[in-house]
Ligand binder design. Sequence first.
Ligand code: G3P
Ligand code: MG
Length: 234
Amino acid sequence: MTAFFSSNFLVIAHRGASAEAPENTLPAFARALAVGAPAVELDVYAAHGELWVIHDDALDRTTNGTGRLEDHDPATLRGFDAGAGAVIPTLTEVLDLIGARAGVNIELKGPGTAEPVCALLEKRNTPPEQIVLSAFDHRELERAKALAPQWPRGALFGKDPSNAVTKGQALGAASLNFADRTVTQALLSEAQSAGFRTLVYTVNDRTRARELRDWGASGIFCDDPGAMIAAVTC
Ligand code: G3P
Ligand code: MG
């Protein structure tokens, strides 16, 4: 089994290898594995008793459907094209594809996702070390912590990373996940000194990736993990 934090500097496939295949589809995750990504990131919403791997709560940007996920029954959702003929996958399908071959960062996108995601991971006997649950909405992480504290949590921060250490401590987070535009060496140092892993999104510039690596970041989310792995390991 691949532990999520399996190397000193993780190149995480953001929505799968989303530069090479439609984001958050099985081909994107298969490509991430093929290029040797040690971990993948995906976004998940709960609707109609199922967990759907998709970034938006609306279908319009990434599929040929329109409207919100919850406006359509599961059979209709499965009929939409999420790119190059791929369907919107369920979390079960993505986890089945990945197996033990990579770490998985499950980003909880909507309210009410923590409980079904934790239940699914428990049912599958997923090793906690393979997983990071993250969310911008820290209430979902609080629910995950209360329901199933064994799944490591990653506190996501957007434009404002102030008090990240204090917030991460309250959540019992394993990692603090920062937007690239907010990251300074001092912010990373503060988080690392407090014992957190630090992950930065979304970093596609190779020079910047190397800078973050040299500052001690634990990893980055990127869209082209094959190219990025070559760039940061040289
Ligand atoms: O988890 C990192 C990144 O995925 C957060 O932003 O909008 O791409 O889900 P977003
Ligand atoms: Mg995401």
